[in-house]
Write a protein that binds this ligand. Structure first.
Ligand SMILES: [Zn+2]
Length: 248
């Protein structure tokens, strides 16, 4: 059931836009994905917000960064002067970019760029928030692999830091908010979800394909079941009710 491979496109919007899924007002110059019916989605709702931007200009670096990223998207903007869309760069996985830089750039230059990115990231992270969120993840999912709780919490922190409307809700660390963050991480890190998006499946098709794997992993991390039992529990109505269905 392989679909035609076409690049995922992110538009830098010129108008004020609102995300049709989370309802957030994205302002003008927002980075959005357009759905089939032309409604805008923010990068978080489009499941692209873990990617980093690589501006156009270095063809070799761009080619390699794309090659080493399971998921990538082309970023374009409408040029009023030239009356056409112009490519601004590529959204790629941070690990893919790092690997590409290592190959393309002299080591010292690559290390310098890495340090710069890490410094920007540190500046944006609210340490206390990350620690509290990570502790909560560890508490709810004791079998989550070591270090993942920090990775998930940092992502949630970056995501919410730019989102005034969501900050209060996220800071309460409700069980649901933690579960949603963990589910999103599992989809990217433990299933072929990103690959399916690249193949042209829409989010809903892709989510339904990986749902079983997402749920069995979630149960495993919860420590309630072994992986085998979790696998069989996926078909169980009672167990399924525990998971917010739209998010799987
Ligand atoms: Zn959204």
């Amino acid at each position: 059931m392989k679909k035609k491979t076409s690049d995922i496109t992110v538009f830098i919007s010129l108008r004020e836009s609102t995300c049709s899924e989370c309802g957030e007002n994205l302002g003008s110059k927002a980075w959005v994905v357009l759905e089939k019916d032309k409604r805008a989605l923010c990068l978080a709702c489009a499941d692209l917000d873990h990617l980093v931007f690589l501006p156009s200009g270095d063809a070799a670096l761009t080619r390699r960064a794309k090659k080493y990223s399971n998921l990538s998207a082309v970023v374009i903007k409408w040029s009023r002067a030239r009356k056409r869309y112009e490519r601004q760069g590529l959204l790629v996985e941070p690990e893919g970019l790092e690997r590409a830089e290592k190959e393309c750039l002299a080591d010292s230059e690559s290390r310098k760029r890495n340090r710069e990115r890490a410094a920007i990231r540190r500046k944006e992270l609210d340490r206390e928030y990350v620690k509290t969120f990570a502790d909560k993840i560890r508490e709810m999912y004791p079998n989550c692999p070591t270090g993942r709780e920090k990775q998930i919490a940092e992502h949630a922190c970056l995501k919410y830091s730019n989102r005034i409307g969501r900050t209060a809700q996220a800071k309460e660390f409700s069980k649901e908010a933690v579960q949603l963050a963990v589910i999103a991480h599992i989809r990217h890190a433990e299933t072929n979800y990103d690959e399916l998006l690249m193949q042209g499946f829409d989010r809903f098709e892709a989510r339904s394909q990986v749902k079983g794997k997402v749920m069995s992993t979630l149960y495993e991390w919860e420590g309630a079941f072994t992986a085998e039992v979790a696998e069989s529990a996926v078909g169980n109505e009672e167990e399924r009710k525990k998971i917010p269905i739209d998010e799987c």
